[in-house]
Design a protein around this ligand. Structure first.
Ligand code: SF4
Length: 474
């Protein structure tokens, strides 16, 4: 029986290079790497050596025979990826080693300490003698890997161990409580480093632009997630969990995370990294149902299939989709199989996935507010995609807690140019355009998309640009 990649896959692709028969795809050099929701093992080619298991930083790879009942769907998901065959070389093309031509005294400053920053540091440390100084605004490192990953996703949080190992390298210095533009300037950093890499992420939420969106009781799912993960900026926040329903606008993976945390049995969170005050609040919560609303249909939903499978396998939580929406999917579609297999028991809390609705206004006073929606229909576009068109049919839903999860935006970085349209720093392969010896990686470079491990290849490109400049100009 082959090995199988499961839900916690972070797409960092360390397993790809560990595999002796190159049967894990897509590899980072393949075009679909950037759009795939996870990596997949070809069950026909796997020789069961187990090398990928130890290479994976998030414990995502399982021997087929040891899959838990709620993971068996992943065996199908892995096999499905290879259904139509796939040309591949015998080995994945290796990443060329970095070389510095002038001595070995490279000093690099990295601003931020989330996944993009840590992968950039890891890459620089492959150069003998190179040193890295990491500047973090908070008193705790690792950014979204610590404050964005749900506490019950313990395997994904295992990536923190990898980051701890990077920090333990004696050539790395971590400077906490330091913010560029407040306590230190870009010029200060340039004065003592050969280059500065900004890995500051996309820390602003896209705002809901409807009347009433600024009413008290409406907040973002990101802030709610930061609160239950103990982020110091949000530890004092209070969320009203006294109503029977919460609504989440947007249906990406963060939306599913907060819906799951709001509905699962708090006892299952007790042994996780959840903040104790949040666990106490969830124990007192009266929320029985979370409705997750998307403006497009089930087929176009923003959540990934692995996250949906995980949600459907949550004990004590029903996941409900209207029959007419579920019926659109082929019977053997992994999403349909997961949703049909989701538990339905009296006494369970519920996550309702609703589609083809756009919010138009919010009204009411605490503790219950009313969200107004317009029903959408899907119109095929010339490029083959489906566009959303409002039908004029209106709906309302009431809830005590309203969370928005409609994407992130980068914030301007003091001393660097900024593109308001893309909310990124303009760059060429990570080189900041119009700024000397400044580089970007992660979401501030490419926009808020991809998974934790996607940052590894983004960081490799940026560090290669920095080294090329260092070698050519010093
Ligand atoms: Fe490749 Fe071995 Fe993992 Fe199979 S078990 S995917 S052959 S590394």
């Amino acid at each position: 029986m082959p090995h199988v990649i499961t839900q916690s896959c972070c797409s960092d692709a360390s397993c790809v290079y560990a595999c002796p028969v190159n049967c894990i795809h897509p590899t980072p050099d393949e075009p679909d790497f950037h759009t795939a929701e996870m990596l997949y093992i070809d069950p026909q080619e796997c020789v069961d050596c187990g090398a990928c298991v130890t290479a994976c930083p998030v414990d995502a790879i399982r021997f087929d025979g040891s899959l838990a009942p709620n993971e068996t769907l992943f065996a199908e998901l892995n096999a499905d990826f290879y259904r139509d065959g796939r040309d591949r070389p015998l080995l994945a093309p290796p990443v060329p080693a970095l070389r510095v031509r002038r001595g070995q005294d490279l000093r690099v400053a990295i601003v931020g300490s989330g996944p993009a920053a840590m992968y950039a540091a890891d890459e620089i440390l492959t150069i003998p003698g190179a040193r890295v100084r990491i500047y973090e605004r908070l008193q705790t490192p690792f950014g979204l890997a610590r404050f964005g990953v749900a506490p019950d996703h313990q395997r994904t949080r295992g990536v923190l161990r990898q980051f701890d190992r990077i920090l333990a390298d004696p050539r790395v210095e971590l400077v906490l409580g330091t913010e560029v533009g407040v306590t230190i300037t870009h010029d200060d950093l340039l004065a003592s480093h050969h280059g500065v890499i900004y890995a500051v992420g996309a820390s602003a939420d896209r705002a809901l632009d409807i009347p009433g969106a600024d009413l008290a009781g409406v907040t973002s799912a990101t802030q709610f997630a930061a609160w239950y993960n103990g982020h110091p900026d949000f530890a004092d926040r209070r969320f009203d969990l006294s109503g029977s329903r919460a609504i989440v606008i947007g249906n990406g993976n963060v939306a599913l995370d907060v819906a799951r945390i709001l509905t699962m049995n708090p006892d299952l969170l007790a042994d996780t990294d959840i903040a104790p005050y949040a666990l106490d609040a969830l124990r007192d919560s009266r929320i029985e149902e979370v409705t997750v609303v998307g403006r497009r249909g089930l087929e176009q939903a923003a959540f990934t299939v692995p996250e949906l499978i995980g949600l459907c396998a949550t004990p004590g939580v029903d996941v409900v989709v209207a029959d007419e929406q579920l019926g659109i999917l082929p019977a053997d579609d992994a999403r349909a199989v997961a949703l049909r297999g989701a538990s339905r028991r009296d006494g369970n809390r519920r996550v309702v996935l609703d589609f083809l609705l756009s919010p138009t206004a919010l009204s009411g006073t605490e503790p219950v507010r009313t969200m107004e929606f317009v029903r959408n229909e899907l119109i095929p576009a010339a490029d083959g995609s489906m566009r959303v068109k409002a039908t004029g049919e209106s709906h309302t839903k009431e809830a005590g807690l309203m969370l928005t999860s409609i994407g992130y935006r980068g914030r301007p970085v003091p001393g660097l140019p900024f593109d308001e349209a893309t909310a990124t720093v303009p760059n060429d392969a990570g080189r900041v355009i119009g700024a000397r010896r400044a580089y970007v990686t992660g979401w501030i470079k490419r926009g808020a998309r991809g998974f934790i491990g996607t940052n590894k290849y983004c960081a490799q490109e940026t560090v290669r640009s920095l080294i090329d400049d260092y070698n050519s100009t010093g």
